[in-house]
Ligand binder design. Structure first.
Ligand SMILES: [Zn+2]
Length: 137
């Protein structure tokens, strides 16, 4: 099923073609990073100037509006919106740490986790109190 990813702030489409495109900032360097839209696929294409190494913690930003995509749920995660072709809407949270494989797809019904490191975050409450989902359309 085709997944449409979007910025939770400006609604810009983050996968206009195949890959999810984000801006990554590491120390004083920044560049584009391309992620697989498939849950559990951790292939990453990163701009050479980012000089990524396992363990690096990246600041991820929307390439359209520049907004920091850090998750409110956990500081190590980034968060973007997703929508399926059947209209199901939710949030995708994933690790900002290079080489850490943890991804969560959260809808109002359930949390689906992917990646070998997902258990590290098993105590998180993705439906956290006060985090009210309000439809924006
Ligand atoms: Zn944006």
């Amino acid at each position: 099923m085709k997944r449409h990813y979007y910025c939770p702030t400006c609604n810009a489409t983050l996968n206009p073609n195949v890959k999810v495109i984000l801006t990554a900032v590491k120390d004083s360097s920044h560049g584009l990073i391309l992620l697989s839209p498939q849950p559990g696929n951790y292939e990453v294409i990163a701009a050479e100037e980012l000089n990524l190494h396992a363990g690096d913690l990246l600041e991820l930003r929307c390439p359209a509006c520049g907004r920091n995509l850090a998750s409110r749920v956990n500081d190590n995660l980034a968060e973007i919106g997703f929508r399926l072709s059947n209209g199901l809407d939710g949030r995708a949270c994933f690790s900002r740490r290079v080489g850490e494989h943890a991804t969560f797809f959260i809808t109002s019904e359930e949390v689906r986790s992917y990646g070998a490191d997902a258990d590290t975050y098993s105590t998180l409450n993705f439906f956290g109190a006060g985090d009210v989902e309000t439809p924006e359309r």
